[in-house]
Write a protein that binds this ligand. Structure first.
Ligand SMILES: Nc1ncnc2c1ncn2[C@@H]1O[C@H](COP(=O)(O)OP(=O)(O)OP(=O)(O)O)[C@@H](O)[C@H]1O
Length: 307
């Protein structure tokens, strides 16, 4: 029985896996098809582990998981992997004595849809010579090669683990162009783990926040950036308990004191929140959009308080 519908590339229902001291999950989410989803979370939150689980490289203990319609639990059907492009966080040391083209040759045997012309075009665009040994390349050059190889078979699903790591600003721009081109047909799905907020802003349609192995939420990016605001209010009667009123602001996500009688109130229902503050006698000094890193910090604080 399938749990994925036509609009879903990856469906996870309460999956769980364990390392010595790290538990990933339970994770439940649907990653939409034809979209770019950025996985965002602090170091060690489980982003790479999740990628490996999606590729069948980590045994999933509980729950249900489907990738491109293939059930990952208890089935040894690896065919779906050739429809995926994967860029690991770190290069494999044992491949270092190959040239880029030799590594590509191995990859071409594995992927039936491999396209040499596409591979060469990508290398040209990234300005890398495929005849050079990977061990002789700079970190950024090698990253470009690995990116080109992950995309050369025009996969249905592209999983990129910190793709821009080591890239200079020009190569980064080229990468964004190539990833946008990859998404153009409309039926491709890109999932990338990244710490680069600018990359998320420019590329992502959805953001999956993860923390300590758990999903904090899957959000539509534009909506998230529109909805989450900081309302800076002044309360002349804070000393008389007026700030308790702030605990009931609609869509409240967090409150911080910013000075005597001044509060920064984080909300995800900005109009209602602002109206409430005014109606209750607070002076609204400013309403500011929140940056993604501030939204993540707020979600983490809430998760920590819940634990
Ligand atoms: N093979 C392994 N054996 C034991 N523990 C592991 C293994 N791989 C990862 N871990 C642990 O799993 C946790 C999650 O690691 P993971 O690499 O998935 O995080 P991440 O979110 O990708 O981090 P980063 O942003 O630093 O790349 C960490 O605590 C890590 O130490």
């Amino acid at each position: 029985m399938t749990i994925t519908d036509a609009n879903t590339a990856i469906a996870l229902r309460g999956i769980k896996l364990e390392h010595d001291r790290f538990v990933l999950g339970p994770i439940a989410c649907d990653i939409p098809k034809g979209m770019v989803t950025a996985i965002v979370g602090p170091n060690g939150s489980g982003k790479s582990t999740l990628f490996r689980a999606l590729l069948g490289l980590e045994p999933i203990k509980d729950g249900e998981a489907e990738v491109l319609g293939t059930n990952l639990i208890g089935v040894q059907d690896d065919a779906y992997k050739s429809r995926i492009g994967f860029l690991a966080e770190n290069p494999h040391a044992h491949e270092s004595h190959f040239t880029a083209d030799e590594k590509a040759k191995f990859a071409s045997l594995w992927y039936p849809t491999w396209d040499w012309e596409r591979y060469r075009k990508l290398l040209r665009h990234f300005d890398v010579d495929g005849g050079i040994k990977l061990s002789k390349m700079s970190k950024g050059m090698r990253r470009k090669v690995e990116l080109a190889i992950s995309m050369a078979h025009d996969p249905e699903l592209l999983l990129l683990d910190e793709p821009s790591s080591g890239l200079d600003p020009f190569a980064w721009k080229t990468m964004l162009e190539e990833l946008r081109r990859y998404m153009e047909p409309g039926d491709r799905t890109l999932v990338l783990a990244t710490h680069i907020m600018e990359e998320i802003k420019r590329l992502a349609d959805y953001i999956l926040f993860i923390y300590r192995g758990r999903v904090l939420g899957l959000y539509e990016k534009d909506r998230l950036l529109d909805d989450w605001r900081t309302i800076v209010v002044q309360s002349d009667y804070a000393a008389k308990g007026g700030n308790e009123l702030l605990e009931r602001v609609p869509g409240l996500q967090g409150i911080a004191e910013a000075g005597p009688g001044v509060y920064r109130v984080e909300v995800n229902e900005p109009e209602q929140g602002e109206a409430y503050c005014r109606e209750n006698g607070f002076q609204v000094l400013a309403v500011q959009r929140m940056e993604l890193e501030d939204i993540l910090s707020c979600l983490i604080r809430k998760e920590e308080a819940r634990r």
